[in-house]
Design a binder for this molecule. Structure first.
Ligand SMILES: [Zn+2]
Length: 389
């Protein structure tokens, strides 16, 4: 494989394009916040930029004598689009305050132009991506032509590596691999963006660290489906099971969830749909059981008070239908079987509890409300709570 090639422009300036396949990922794997998507380095689709992107630019490395927090001319091929030129007098080029130690030997540059000085040793030890990249022949052996090149600035400043990443995920990931404190995760977007980059750079340490955030009740409660999508994507069984339980508050067929559903593999989606379906089917079966609900489901069943009238179970059947619909909407079933709350006030429920024996002078209630509600709750407690192994 041709690992690197020197190029020179009309001014005799040089740039080196690394042709390692990961370099393509480095510049093309742009996180798409609008769709909250993340990309998998191996196998999964990577959202490509619509416009062609320039090759990764790595400069010939001068002796490292960086002192000032500015960078000299970043040498690039001038006819390539989307190449950021940062010059010594560029006021926008500055180092991130946490990553400006002068003895660090690699400078990474974000899409916003922020510079991050990092030890190559740190990158190599924590990232499979950089380990591979640094194992390639380094461009230091390809020196620019000195005769017509102004080297005063390039000798004074180090290489800058365009990583085509935004500041936020870049800073967070560099904090993680450098052992610096990491602020609390505020949103799922934050987690997804940093995980995306951590995966792209193959950094198992940060990925393991971020994994624990998926056990946070806050994220599980607010974004169960996104937690499930992340957990299944990374093959985290326990987190996926926990998240699957929290998805039981959702109707997966609601179009509001389609963008996240689309991110699931068919296998993981099927596991989740099966859990929801098993709960509904089991609940229906239990609710139709004559052993559990003798008065409503046995036929014939006679009035408990007079022992004469055969019960008309119409109201119980209507109430059961309403509960089935509720389980479709919210398979957790936590709204059912309660003496208070919205479901307790349903007309179907009230009609059921008010149904009486039709025999003149009897007036016995068809059903024991408290015992029936308790039995409904018992049925719900028997339903499966997580996806199957
Ligand atoms: Zn009666």
């Amino acid at each position: 494989m041709k690992a690197a090639a020197d190029s020179y422009d009309q001014m005799g300036r040089s740039s080196v394009s690394i042709s390692h396949p990961y370099a393509k990922v480095l510049r093309s794997g742009i996180y798409d916040q609008e769709h909250s998507s993340y990309h998998h380095l191996r196998g999964c689709p990577i959202r490509m930029r619509t416009a062609p992107t320039p090759p990764l630019q790595v400069l010939p490395s001068p002796p490292f004598t960086m002192a000032a927090a500015t960078i000299s001319t970043i040498i690039t091929l001038p006819n390539l689009p989307k190449v950021i030129h940062i010059r010594a007098d560029d006021p926008g080029a500055q180092y991130h305050p946490l990553f400006s130690l002068p003895d660090a030997d690699v400078v990474l540059r974000s899409l916003q132009g922020t510079l991050y000085r990092v030890h190559s040793f740190t990158l190599r030890m924590t990232s499979g991506f950089f380990e591979t990249m640094f194992s390639l022949p380094q461009p230091k052996t390809h020196r620019p032509r000195r005769d017509n090149l102004d080297t005063t600035k390039t000798e004074a400043y180090p290489d800058a590596l365009d990583v085509y990443e935004n500041d936020f995920p870049l800073e967070r990931l560099l904090r993680l691999i450098s052992g610096l404190p990491v602020p609390r995760w505020e949103t799922m977007d934050e987690i997804e963006r940093v995980l995306s980059l951590a995966e792209k750079w193959d950094t198992p340490g940060p990925i393991a660290s971020i994994r624990s955030a998926l056990n946070s009740h806050r994220f599980l409660h607010d974004h169960p489906l996104r937690c499930y999508a992340l957990a299944t994507h990374f093959g985290w069984k326990q987190e996926a099971k926990l998240a699957s339980t929290h998805t039981l508050t959702l109707n997966l067929y609601d179009s509001a969830h389609s963008s996240i559903i689309d991110r699931l593999s068919s296998k993981d989606l099927l596991l989740l749909l099966n859990l929801h379906r098993r709960r509904r089917d089991m609940f229906r079966e239990l609710l139709n059981s004559p052993e559990r609900f003798a008065a409503g489901n046995s036929s014939p069943y006679h009035c408990n008070r007079c022992g004469v009238t055969e019960l008309d179970n119409h109201t119980w059947r209507v109430f059961k239908s309403a509960m089935f619909v509720e389980m479709e909407r919210r398979p957790l079933g936590d709204t059912l079987g309660l003496t208070v709350g919205e479901a307790a006030g349903w007309p179907e429920a009230i009609a059921c509890w008010e149904a009486q024996c039709t025999k003149e002078g009897c007036g016995g209630l068809n059903y024991d409300r408290i015992a029936t509600l308790r039995q409904i709750r018992a049925c719900i407690s028997l339903l499966p709570l997580t996806i199957e192994d």
